[in-house]
Design a protein around this ligand. Sequence first.
Ligand code: COA
Length: 249
Amino acid sequence: MSEDHIIVAQEGAVLEIRFNRPDKKNAVTNAMYGAMADAVASAQSDDSVRVVLFTSSGDYFSAGNDIKDFAAQSMGAFDGPRHVGRFLEEVIKAEKPIVAAVQGHAVGVGTTMLFQCDLVYVADHARLTMPFIDLGVVPENASSITVVERVGYTRAFALFGLGEPLSGKQAVEWGLANASLPAAEVEARARAAAQTLASKPPQSLRFTKKLMRDTQKLMARMQEEGEIFAERLRSPEAAAAFAAFLQKR
Ligand code: COA
């Protein structure tokens, strides 16, 4: 990974994790997952950090998992440790609040991670999609629970099954986001909310988040999804979808 594909910086008690691969729409490589997993994990044990903020550069929040990485995994040509599971796990079990500033579109994990965040601010024009079925895989990040619980089965099935996009405004109406705003205002609003959270009694905040989330259930589903996902990655359906993207069909 170029060092700057993920930028981690601390402002006061807020740890900011920035997707910074705008030329690839902030698609997430294995190395980027590793850097983000490390940052979220270290935030949990660092008393100087009270809140984590995800943000991004460019016109996308994130175009999801890097498809070249998917294709390599699909062909069994991927060496070394894979960090995606560790990233998803760190976000699900994080005890400190996570805020997201979604100034642009989001695909795949770029959308499902928002369902694990505690406050979400999104651009009015943003399109949030989860095209797992089109890619021959299945939902991840416990989204087969979080999306259904948040928006209801009927809407959730259209998002997964038809790959329908969720707009910024719908994300608010359907309970995923706290506010939708002009893109240029999203980051400032999210940062202000993160700083406000960081000024609250940290232990009370931590216990409240813990009481509000069934982490065990989410972790178990994330692992169940992960097993099916790994199997699907090696399927002909997935191989065909990755090849089509890489050949720009
Ligand atoms: N993985 C790898 N590269 C990606 C990517 C991804 N998920 N998403 C975008 N990119 C790359 C493109 O290959 C292109 O690279 P290039 O300039 O070297 O050709 C660059 O980012 C710009 O993308 P492009 O497709 O030209 O922009 P667009 O505005 O026409 O479309 C998307 C943007 C995100 C709609 C489209 O790129 C896309 O569908 N990406 C795949 C999204 C996806 O399925 N993610 C996985 C979800 S599980």
